[in-house]
Design a protein around this ligand. Structure first.
Ligand code: DER
Length: 225
């Protein structure tokens, strides 16, 4: 199977975790895209649940698919959130934010009793850091954050661009993509980054994933908790 087929299969597999009457969080990205497609079919067949989207992109797609949406401030606790990830290590620590939705994703994940991550096998790593760490920053102060981050062992950091302009997140911030190469202590790096004024949130999701569902190109799907 190619990567897209694998994403499709793992997205469809994860849809089974969403049952009638649940209020859940829906992640962002091309793997979650296939989860949403499957959920849309099941809504047509009578499945009833409501969802908090983690981005405008997911909100738009879920609405098109007939999925009932609510918002974070309207719920107490979510029973479950299903989201993607850019990297997953052996301890289920994550790097997220490749899709630029990390702030809302982390807020929704933190409101959830269970966080299920759906990935294809390419996302599994021994040590986090090959994927540049997305850090959401206040636009007016990004240069100071850049200066501080370079002093933290980062080899390069750049404001994410889209169509030759700075990418603006759903919440009006910039994303600083930070190249650490190897992140051996994601817990303390996350703490250090949050101490820098101007940092809104980081793509380090430490101790948040309860289960990771991995699709393999040979057709296997395995889960790790
Ligand atoms: O931005 C995110 O955190 C997304 O979940 C993303 O990283 C996963 O995207 P993908 O499923 O398109 O690889």
């Amino acid at each position: 199977f190619n990567a897209e087929d694998t994403k499709k299969r793992v997205g469809a597999y994860a849809a089974d975790f969403i049952e009638n009457g649940m209020t859940v969080g829906l992640g962002t990205g091309s793997t979650v895209y296939w989860l949403l497609q499957t959920l849309g079919e099941r809504v047509q067949q009578g499945l009833q649940f409501s969802a908090v989207p983690t981005s405008r992109q997911t909100q738009t797609l879920a609405t098109e698919l007939g999925i009932t949406l609510t918002e974070l401030n309207a719920v107490n606790e979510l029973v479950l959130t299903i989201d993607g990830a850019d990297e997953v290590d052996a301890r289920l620590q994550l790097i997220k934010g490749g899709g630029g939705a990390l702030l809302q994703e982390k807020m929704v994940a933190a409101a959830s009793k269970q966080l299920i991550i759906i990935v294809d096998e390419n996302k599994m790593v021994d040590t986090l850091g090959k994927f540049p760490l997305p850090v959401e920053v206040i636009p007016s102060g990004w240069k100071q954050v850049h200066r501080k981050v370079m002093g933290m062992g980062c080899t390069k950091a750049a404001i994410r661009q889209k169509n030759e302009q700075a990418f603006i997140t759903d919440n009006g911030h910039y994303i600083l993509d930070c190249y650490f190469e190897q992140i051996t202590d994601p817990v303390n790096l996350n703490i250090a980054l949050h101490l820098v004024p101007g940092v809104v949130e980081t793509g380090l999701f430490n101790g948040m994933a309860d289960m990771v569902i991995t699709g393999h190109s040979d057709g296997r799907i395995d889960t790790k908790s």
